[in-house]
Design a protein around this ligand. Structure first.
Ligand SMILES: Cc1cc2nc3c(=O)[nH]c(=O)nc-3n(C[C@H](O)[C@H](O)[C@H](O)COP(=O)(O)OP(=O)(O)OC[C@H]3O[C@@H](n4cnc5c(N)ncnc54)[C@H](O)[C@@H]3O)c2cc1C
Length: 387
């Protein structure tokens, strides 16, 4: 007998799980989530740094962060599972007048959109956060105390467990191999390694693999995988036990405490698109050069390259998510292309997607600006505060 569901979600990462939760929370529980891996979190979600921040440059990203951070602060109570939200803040450090002006104008926009606690900080303030930082060339920066970190795996599991408690089904170890589209361009089902599932609504939450899933329905989606590498140090007590995520805007190098060690991140401009998930040992020297330049004591930190890892960002041409209906296939919805922000924006993206499916619009943001059509019409959203 053919399986049926009101909504099929392809992908059970943090985004698919949030969509499932938000649908169920609004009473839509005849939902089937399909995941090809034997466990959740094997995609980008399990590789993430877990950073959450409201310090963005575009209104839509700021509003999505505002909703999401407020949600993370109440997650344990509302969802009934822990998010491990730690409000340790994000500290952006500018070394040029241009970067400082950029932070100031972003802050004006953030304040105007209701993120009221972003502070301008001086070089001296910055040195107080992390006394070991080299600050001689730092002109100032911004700090938002409610930015911080969550545990991405825990958030994903919380969303999915709650959704399942309400009746949502999850199939693991099941590959989606096609999307059935009728001659009138309406979705009628999903082909899987377990057989056909009949449905009128399909949500593409396939992360870095989203373009392939869109092509199953003959639809174009400009989402490209881009490798991202993280390097943890061995236990290191040369920095405070607690400090914010620190971003050196001169290089893009950023770091935060992770347990007893420090987690180091940097966007290598030489990286090229592709499904590369092997960690490149040559990256260690590159990132340690930036680390030691900004925090000379980090030159003493030990790194075991075997504990470092790589995952995939899901990039769009304007570094903004694509959320909304596919223009050419009725019943197909995209929630893709988070360009490195899918964990922090998972509450908002689940809410917006479920609103669009159930009500045709969302009062959280004007979702039409996130439509995939913007790449054809040229109405791009360009986010420049990408880490
Ligand atoms: C190193 C690194 C650091 C990051 N740091 C941050 C950060 O600090 N903050 C932040 O907000 N974001 C960060 N991100 C980005 C974030 O991890 C992603 O945006 C987010 O996890 C995307 O979630 P997702 O559910 O869309 O994708 P995924 O977690 O990749 O889930 C997609 C799922 O779809 C499944 N799938 C794909 N195709 C099929 C198919 N045909 N059939 C069945 N299943 C399928 C996959 O197996 C996968 O489980 C980081 C990413 C990386 C790699």
């Amino acid at each position: 007998m053919t399986e049926t569901a009101e909504v099929v979600i392809i992908g059970s990462g943090i985004v698919g799980s949030s969509v499932a939760y938000h649908l169920a929370e609004q009473g839509c529980t005849n939902v089937l989530v399909i995941e090809r891996e034997a466990h959740q979190g094997k995609g980008s979600t399990g590789k993430s740094m877990g950073g959450v921040r409201a310090q963005f440059s575009t209104p839509v990203n700021i509003l999505m962060s505002r909703y999401s951070i407020d949600f993370f602060a109440r997650f344990d109570e509302v969802v009934g599972h822990p998010a491990d939200y730690r409000a340790h803040g994000y500290l952006f450090c500018a070394t040029t007048e241009r970067h400082l002006q950029y932070l100031k104008s972003n802050r004006e926009r953030q304040l105007a959109l209701g993120v009221r606690n972003v502070e301008l900080v001086s070089r001296e303030d910055i040195a107080r956060f992390v006394p070991q930082l080299r600050v001689d060339d730092i002109l100032g920066g911004t700090f938002c105390p409610t930015d911080g970190f969550v545990d991405p795996h825990s958030v994903m599991m919380g969303f999915m467990l709650n959704a399942r408690e309400r009746g949502v089904r999850l199939w693991l170890d099941t590959q989606v191999t096609g999307i059935q589209v009728e001659p009138d361009r309406r979705v009628s089902g999903v082909m899987t390694s377990r057989g056909l599932v009949s449905t009128r609504i399909v949500v593409n939450a396939a992360g870095a693999w989203a373009a392939e899933v869109a092509r199953f329905a003959g639809s174009e989606l400009p989402v490209e995988p881009l490798r991202r590498q993280l390097v943890p140090t061995e236990p290191f007590d040369g920095l405070p036990q607690r400090f914010p995520m620190v971003i050196d805007m001169s290089t893009g190098f950023h770091f935060r405490r992770e347990g007893k060690g420090i987690l180091l991140a940097w966007n290598d401009p030489e990286e090229t698109p592709g499904f590369k998930t092997e960690f490149d040992p040559g990256f260690v020297e590159k990132i340690l050069t930036h680390a030691a330049d900004r925090v000379p004591r980090l030159a003493e930190a030990e790194v075991n390259p075997r504990r470092a890892w790589a995952g995939l960002y899901e990039m769009t041409p304007d570094h903004h998510a694509v959320i909304g209906p596919a223009p050419d296939v009725a019943g197909l919805y995209f929630v893709n292309g988070f360009s490195g922000h899918g964990v922090m924006h998972s509450p908002a993206s689940g809410r917006i997607t479920s609103d669009l499916i159930l009500h045709g619009h969302s009062d959280l943001v004007d979702a039409t600006q996130l439509n995939v059509e913007r790449f054809k019409s040229g109405k791009l959203l360009e986010e420049t505060a990408v880490l």
